[in-house]
Ligand binder design. Structure first.
Ligand code: C2E
Ligand code: CA
Ligand code: CA
Ligand code: CA
Length: 280
């Protein structure tokens, strides 16, 4: 039951029916979990459509909530962005992803050109000391900047195109690679592309999931591939689940693929098993 207190504040019942309170509760829990490092990265392989070999991984964060178990990033990343907690969380994610890739390198488990893709939200891009943070993490983990790939969405670039362009150029000067995530779902995809020094476009999985073997289901995919080719960018197709989808993308000379068809996102130890058992 809700009561109006004398100071004007409300006392909410513990079922958290109020969305504002839910966010507040989650913020409190997120803060606590940040101190306890109750997060874990999963890694999803990105595979060459040519050779079938793993060319990289995408780091995907999970929250190991002390009471509720594993929580999807779809649930808590928006709250982390809204509350600014994405900044410390994002630093931990970047550090952990770089550390893990560097560890696999030093173990001789993976080829030297395998990349680690890390998601960056708009809020992270507006930090003035972002470049310094990235430099520090690369120095601490001793990862070669060429092995790091940052995934940004169209909308986070479009929020402030000038700052974003300057930031992206600084990252490229360091040889860090850049991907545009969920490409095709944002607005004004084309007019600004030339202004951003991007290496890779990731076709959003909503496009890939429509593919059923017939040409009518291709939609914007051929256009995206041709834009990328013109601009010297590579293309990752996300969310490949079926052999038909794989074949259709291969027929169009798409470069890379990522999806449940090859592998779900996996914990580091499962990735190690996958690498060891993978045929050369
Ligand atoms: P995203 O960056 O587009 O990541 C791809 C999502 O698609 C992942 O969901 C992945 O598990 C899922 N996926 C991969 N292959 C398939 C497939 O074949 N079929 C289907 N249905 N799904 C597939 P996940 O891990 O739940 O992450 C969801 C979103 O949360 C991400 O979308 C990204 O926007 C955000 N996110 C995840 N990790 C991070 C992070 O470390 N930092 C930030 N800022 N955002 C993150
Ligand atoms: Ca992504
Ligand atoms: Ca994506
Ligand atoms: Ca997405």
């Amino acid at each position: 039951a809700k009561k109006q207190g004398s100071a004007g504040y409300r006392v909410f019942d513990p079922t958290m029916s109020n969305p504002a309170f839910k966010v507040f509760q989650m913020e409190t829990d997120l803060r606590r979990s940040l101190q306890h490092q109750d997060f874990q990265l999963y890694y999803q392989p990105i595979v060459s459509l040519d050779t079938g070999k793993i060319v990289g991984f995408e780091a995907l964060v999970r929250w190991k909530h002390p009471l509720r178990g594993l929580i999807s990033p779809v649930e808590f990343i928006p709250v982390a962005e809204e509350t600014g907690l994405i900044v410390p969380l994002g630093q931990w994610i970047l550090y952990e992803a770089c550390r893990q890739l560097r560890y696999w390198q030093t173990q001789g488990a993976i080829a030297r050109d395998i990349t680690m893709s890390v998601n960056f939200s708009a809020r992270q891009f507006s930090q003035p000391d972002l470049i310094e943070q990235i430099d520090r993490i690369l120095a601490e983990t001793q990862l070669n900047p060429q092995n790091l790939k940052l995934e940004i969405t169209e909308s986070s670039i479009m929020e402030n195109t000038e700052i974003a362009a300057a930031m992206l150029h600084q990252l490229r000067q360091r040889h860090i690679q850049l991907s545009i995530d969920d490409f095709g779902t944002g607005y004004s995809s084309l007019s600004y592309l030339h202004a951003f020094p991007v290496n890779t476009l990731k076709i959003d999985r909503t496009f890939v999931q429509r593919l059923n073997g017939t040409p009518e289901t291709l939609g914007l995919i051929p256009a995206i591939l041709s834009i990328a080719k013109t601009m010297g960018m590579s293309v990752v197709a996300e969310g490949i689940e079926t052999p038909q989808q794989l074949e259709q993308l291969r027929a169009l000379s798409c470069d890379f693929s990522q999806g449940y068809f090859f592998s779900h996102p996996l914990a580091a130890q499962q990735i190690e098993e996958l690498i060891i058992t993978a045929p050369e």
